[in-house]
Ligand binder design. Sequence first.
Ligand code: NAD
Ligand code: UDP
Length: 329
Amino acid sequence: MTVLVLGGAGYIGSHAVDRLLDNGYDVAVVDNLVTGHKEAVRKEARLHIGDVRDKAFLRKVFTEENVEGVVHFAAFSVVPESMKDPLKYFDNNTGGMITLLEVMHEFNVANIVFSSTAATYGEPKQIPIKETDPQIPTNPYGESKLAMEKIMHWSDVAYGIKFVALRYFNVAGAKPDGSIGEDHNPETHLIPIILQVAAGKRDKLQIFGSDYPTKDGTNVRDYVHVVDLADAHILALKYLADGNDSNAFNLGSATGFSNLEILEAARRATGKEIPAVMAPRRPGDPSTLIAASDKARDILGWKPQYDDVEKIIASAWNWHEKHPNGYKG
Ligand code: NAD
Ligand code: UDP
């Protein structure tokens, strides 16, 4: 079966391509390399460099490739940037989805697995967050992704394009052999920033906000290993290939760690001191995000292998140590 992975040169997409190939899928990748790296894409996958919003380009890819399923990672995903430049997010994320669905409809491709996010829930009313809970984003990034879920819903109703929206919580870690990992410039995510401090590339960590209503005043997040996450996409493709209805699943561990707890775990995982200071809140941050993820376990049969946040951080540290300058060396 040929799977088209959009955004397959990115952090999560490259791990998904790796797992799809390991599981015997034929893989084609679309990526404009705006934040991705061609070195992250395994040679066995065919990389088409271009933009999801470019309809002529997408039509060419769908003509050349016998696409049977689509996995869509291509998006911008930096919350603070989306607060400053929301239209950039609606254009790339939401706009890209419209073009993709138009071309899928034209080529009779009826299955899509989509990277959604905990950011579609906004500030939750109850913890852990269930898939049926209200989705009221607190930032344009989350809003752009919620709009994409809704566009897929109406495309299912009208054209019969079935979708699985996987709502990731915080993704971290790297392939255990350290050959691929997270390389964003500028980096904005907590764990890679902590590891840059551990590696001496930054002076200190700034912890954004110490007055949240949480156990120690810092934000609480739910971390999932990128390889476990990648495997959930394969289960979602199988779920759709079996003729099931469109659906949405949370992907998380059901355990919350505060930013201070992550810092402590990183100090243990790396053996480094990692200086840190408290800083003002970052606009758009919900205080606590923890997933109820039994639905993915029950319906998709998802069995995450990494249940220990220190091991998740250790796998990211292994990638950092092997590639101190990311894909550049
Ligand atoms: P990433 O930036 O590493 O990967 C995104 C990839 O998409 C990049 O390779 C980029 O070049 C490509 N891309 C972006 N816009 C494109 C376009 N218009 N046309 C073609 N290619 C384009 O990000 P990531 O961390 O791997 O995230 C992947 C997906 O997962 C995103 O959709 C993101 O919203 C979602 N997500 C990520 C997290 C997380 O913790 N990293 C959490 C929730 C959801
Ligand atoms: N964070 C932080 N310092 C940093 C980067 C992030 O304190 O340099 C915090 C951020 O405010 C949030 C948590 O770490 O509370 C996770 O942020 P990240 O950007 O990794 O993921 P998000 O939860 O926004 O998807």
